[in-house]
Design a protein. Structure first.
Lengths: 377, 377, 377
């Protein structure tokens, strides 16, 4: 959830879902009530409002810290909830779920969040306009990310045809390749931050300003430093706790519901982790603030690919069980397809409801694929 | 063959080919003259003018029915000739030919029709301009369609690596997946009709109007209701009859000429089925009406992908031998390559003869591929 | 190195590298000093300034010959150094190196040359603008080329699944397919020349003119006919000699340094062969002449794909050992990925330093791939 602090003042009425936080704790620790499927569903529902509050606290803190460090904080912790869930999954060796949730977050933000935004905005306005330049800047970062996430798979496909002693595929080489690519992606993310926060900040500042005037009391409502820190610490702790419940229940839920790892990661976990982005982006689209809406969807996808994915690779070395970036071919195709159609649809700087339907159709087609697809190990 | 009724008034001088209709009947029913190869060629030639007359009758009828139902009729029956041929081929179990002709119709319209239009128009005018917005709207629908037609192949490639009892590939799952995707594509087509005929009709009306003034006697020449219905009924019956001849002769012709199913479908059947589009689009390009020209080429491709392909899947269930949407990898690559180069060439809203040559070169490269490619079963 | 003669007047200070020409001769012919690795490195360094002088002589000769034949000469001999190296490698049967250097020249020009140009230009200017139309014309030629270079690989992958007697893959069919595609690519190149030198020369003339005024003494400095011919003949002979050294030392150097054929071709040979383009393009970017900079990078890539690659196929028949155009899948992916990101980044007619970093990141990711990739035979 990047940039524009004005979003912090939108309160999507998801707060009643907070009731699932204590329910989750009860289900987890009262032995008679214990049921993995129930715990999984309750944890999913509990994370949605927690992630939203975490985002809000981050933005308020960012405002208090001033534009320099504040923007950095905002840009870096935007997807903290996804990251926490993924790190728990990683620590339990659920590498398949982790990678599927990276794929799912990217396509979910690009197709589902943007699709619903264009669709619901388009029902109110026949044509909505947005800043083409900013959209296209995110798009090229996404293409770069897609190339980075595709290469390990290409390496695997090609190198397995050669015996290991002749330089063919080995787990070690796959890890070295992935680590090297993760470093490149991470450095590109740092360069992107330098660009948007230092050398070309005026380009992006304009975006935030335009959304300000409509919220005259915005500044007044900014939380105090203390409050922001307390809320951030509390929500982070609760997200961590609930993520631990969720991840602990994944395996059993999966086999009971007959779902594959990849479907669970790509569709379920990704929708949960991005629920806050969904509600904000759609709200902004209905207020005809398409730049904010697109900034959330594209920015969040970019952050997952250039920041979260590399950080997970680095983290996997801390856990002593290195993860590589090799995705299955269907996942690679899903990411590439999403990026291509989004670039094409956003390249003219205009949206309408049909374009929303087209994005949602692509999401539906990919969801059908992942529903039928068996787990590939 | 979508929208703009003005095209109905262009009479490409293909009418002399009507002589092959009776010749076909003679060749088919006079035992001494019977030769599959001759029957195949004669049927091909006979379908060309019949398809053109069918299109014309549809458009006149559409005009008489008024803009609402008329436009719907026009938009839905535009590729009726292709559909009739494909349904006959399907009923004889020639699934390979059916799918190859879907591929061929898409790449034929995108590369051959558009390529010749840009080339021949470009020989007369150094630079020709067209409405970028309408071109890009069709382009994103085509991208969506390409994703839909690619996914079953990706599923097949990935799922065959897993044993069937572990959720791997089975014919049933491939059929379910294809049917689900066909439903999504069909619903997207319905949404596209709603967009162009109801919520945003003014966007597309402009296109038709601009081409009107140069045909002042257009309205006067519109056929009466009765005449339109009779011509439509007659040509439909004749197309059906001739398609039956053509499809019946395919298998024997193929083995005699040493052609593969895929070459026959992609190159021969596709050129025949789209001959009417070819002549109209080129004529309009030479009159510098590039919007109409592009509307024909892109619109026809989009209709094949979003309407004809799903309808064929639905029809295959009526015949009791379900077809799936899994194309061979070369077909998928051909469709994706065509869409990418067309999008790129049309994205600037200008054309010249070199761009026509580039499209034709891609067509030539793909035709070379399908010429050398064996049938993959 | 296409068009604009003004570049001939930029003298990148690479001339001191000429000292490696005599050093190379000594290393090669004095038995005591003979070392393949040293000879390889010395030859690489010697070719850099020779290629630059060859380019300069070609451009001066082109000016003297007048715009018709001159432009043709300029457009055709722009990549002569790469061609000479490749022909020597071909004559020694190093087909893998030849193809890898085609791949490498394309991605090197697109990502490295353009990336460094955007980056170093972007450090001086916050935003640089260029002619979108010319960039997009080269881009569609590159897409066409990418399709042409991909199809033989697709054919191979599909046809090897079918037995040879049923029409499956054979070496002969691969050669026929490649030759047919090479003819199409070559004819497209001829059409491109006709377009830029005959029917639409004014479009491209504008580009050259704008760069003229800043070099008022340009015309005065044009070499005499005699001088140009002598320099061209001498440098061509020296490039040929040094290429012979370089190619002769490749195999032994490779095994000593533990590098694969593909890494050597894609990364090393490609950087050497394009060093002159690098220095000119970057210099022009720092002078804010982005059109020249982009013309060099895109034009050179296009020439490799549409002229050099087909000519190498034709030449391989003269040597009696026909080469085909089938690239490995990683090479195909690298070329497609480069073209896609370049098109996207250049499509808005603006560049900045971050876009340079993005191109360089993609190059780094591809270099990592080719470093880890074993040779695939």
């Amino acid at each position: 959830m990047p940039a524009s602090a004005s979003r912090s003042l939108i309160r999507p009425s998801l707060d009643w879902l907070l009731v699932f936080v204590p329910i989750g704790i009860i289900v987890r620790f009262v032995p008679r009530l214990h049921s993995p499927t129930v715990l999984f569903i309750v944890s999913c529902l509990a994370i949605i409002p927690l992630a939203a509050w975490m985002g809000r606290a981050t933005e308020h803190l960012a405002k208090r810290l001033g534009s320099g460090i504040g923007s950095l904080l905002n840009a870096t912790f935007g997807n903290a909830a996804e990251l926490i869930i993924a790190i728990f999954a990683l620590s339990k060796g659920l590498e398949g779920v982790v990678k599927a949730s990276i794929t799912g977050s990217i396509i979910g933000n690009l197709l589902l969040v943007l699709g619903f935004s264009f669709f619901s905005g388009g029902l109110k306005f026949p044509k909505q306009e947005f800043n083409r330049t900013v959209a296209s800047a995110s798009a090229s970062a996404l293409t770069l990310a897609a190339i980075g996430l595709t290469i390990p798979t290409i390496f695997h496909q090609a190198a397995t045809r050669v015996p290991a002693q002749a330089g063919g595929w080995t787990v070690l080489r796959e890890h070295q390749l992935s680590l090297a690519i993760a470093v490149v992606l991470f450095l590109t993310y740092v360069a992107t931050l330098l660009f948007s926060l230092v050398t070309h900040r005026s380009l992006f500042a304009g975006e935030a300003e335009t959304s300000e005037p409509s919220e005259p009391q915005a500044e007044a409502l900014t939380w105090g430093m203390k409050r922001a820190v307390i809320v951030l610490a509390t929500t982070t702790a609760l997200v961590a706790l609930t993520s631990e419940f969720l991840v602990g229940a994944i395996e059993q839920t999966r086999s009971r519901l007959g779902l594959t790892e990849v479907f669970l990661g790509v569709i379920v976990v990704a929708i949960i982790g991005n629920a806050a982005e969904h509600s904000s982006a759609i709200l902004m689209a209905r207020r005809n603030k398409m730049d904010v809406s697109i900034g959330i969807a594209l920015g969040s996808s970019m952050q997952i690919a250039l920041l979260v994915a590399p950080v997970l690779i680095f983290a996997s070395y801390l856990f002593g069980r290195p993860m590589h970036l090799e995705f299955s071919i269907p996942e690679v195709v899903a990411v590439i397809a999403s990026i291509i159609i989004v670039e094409q649809i956003t390249s003219d700087g205009e949206s309408n409801w049909l374009e929303g339907v087209q994005l949602l159709s692509v999401y539906a087609i990919l969801a059908i694929l992942f529903f039928f697809l068996p787990d590939l190990h």
